[in-house]
Design a protein around this ligand. Structure first.
Ligand SMILES: [Zn+2]
Ligand SMILES: [Zn+2]
Length: 358
């Protein structure tokens, strides 16, 4: 084992540096993992720029804590673990593993009730010094982590997509989709594409994807959307009404984080429809709340992280049903992390950007 490794370290907003740091030493019940790939998430970028609201936690500072290694969507190989960790997770040295992005405390009221994704302390890899993330050669899985094995047959960047995919599948579950539903997915980035695939797996009548990019809509079709609408050219309301005898969509899954997508969803839904919000917004959004009450009696549901959806996400990746070669557009060495962040920030040239520590 080397004693030092390369890692991206947060020194404050827009000040991330590649440094040599000590390889972490796993404590009792923990595992040391060699990182094979780490995806860059929109939330990483928000954090990089100093956004304050991402994890819905007012107690955390406006950026990842100084000194933290970012990166919460990753896959790696177990290189060291003790018997306690072996017994708890059922993994061995050499296994390829992912860990859910939240490391629950298992003591707060949410954790005690099985709602671990709402854990009070809310330790997510890559945002707090307590749980350093994966933009490094090695990382530690704490004893409280939730760990899953992943097939070696997947390219590393594809396996690391288990994190965003689990999030998308959770949003789909929140939608309570039934067979006759017309489901609309807003935004065809990594989360929206996962929503499309998840909604398709529920076998509704139609899965309608909305975006402003024809390339992304093409990808959405490959993920299972049978109707795609470029909202810069075509009126989605007209399309959805055409599919529903004029009533409107049954379920709307919002994965874009664009303020205009909120009012759009309220308008596209039929009466008694279900709105699921997964997107995260840079500022407050204003809509006509009377649509939710007086007009349509909508169910409006939030969704956060990917609780209880990791095994399904991993199965979906291993099944090969997703066009992962097209979703994972960029794999860069760790040293090019800045270029990776810029690619995600630009948005138009990439879908999922990953770093390969190597
Ligand atoms: Zn993420
Ligand atoms: Zn907790």
């Amino acid at each position: 084992m080397p004693e030092t490794m390369r890692a991206v370290v947060c020194h404050g907003p827009e000040d991330y540096r590649l440094e040599h740091v000590p390889v972490p030493v796993p404590g009792p019940g923990e595992a040391l993992v060699r990182v094979e790939a780490v995806g860059i998430c929109a939330s990483d970028l928000k954090c990089y720029h100093g956004a304050s609201k991402f994890w819905g936690d007012d107690t955390r500072p406006a950026w990842a804590e100084t000194g933290v290694v970012p990166g919460h969507e990753f896959v790696g190989e177990v290189v060291a673990l003790d018997d306690a960790a072996r017994a708890r997770w059922g993994v061995e040295v050499g296994d390829r593993v992912v860990s859910e992005q939240i490391v629950p405390c298992w003591e707060c009221r949410y954790c005690r009730r099985g709602q671990y994704w709402m854990c009070g302390p809310h330790d997510i890899y890559g945002f707090k010094r307590r749980t350093p993330g994966a933009m490094a050669s090695y990382m530690v899985f704490p004893a409280a982590a939730l760990v899953h094995r992943v097939s070696r047959d997947l390219p590393p960047a594809h396996a690391a997509f288990a994190e965003p995919l689990s999030c998308a599948l959770h949003a789909v579950e929140r939608g309570g989709i039934t067979f006759d539903d017309v489901v609309v997915v807003a935004g065809c980035g990594p989360i929206g594409l996962g929503m499309v695939a998840g909604a398709r797996a529920k076998s509704p009548a139609h899965v309608v994807a909305l975006d402003v990019s024809d390339d992304r809509l093409d990808l959405a079709a490959a993920c299972g959307a049978d109707v795609t609408v470029n909202i810069s050219r075509q009126d989605p309301l007209e399309v959805v009404r055409g599919l529903t005898d004029g009533y409107g969509a049954d379920v709307y899954l919002e994965g874009s984080g664009h303020p205009a997508a909120v009012g759009q969803g309220l308008n596209l839904l039929r009466k008694l429809g279900t709105y699921v919000e997964y997107g995260v917004f840079g500022s407050d959004v204003t809509v006509d709340w009377s649509i939710i009450s007086d007009d349509k009696e909508l169910d409006v549901r939030g969704a956060h992280l990917g609780p209880h959806c990791w095994p399904a996400a991993i199965r979906m990746l291993e099944s090969g049903v997703l066009p992962m070669d097209r979703i994972c557009t960029h794999q860069l060495p760790l040293a090019d992390f800045q270029q990776g962040l810029d690619l995600v920030g630009d948005g138009s040239r990439s879908v999922k950007v990953s770093l390969i520590p190597g």
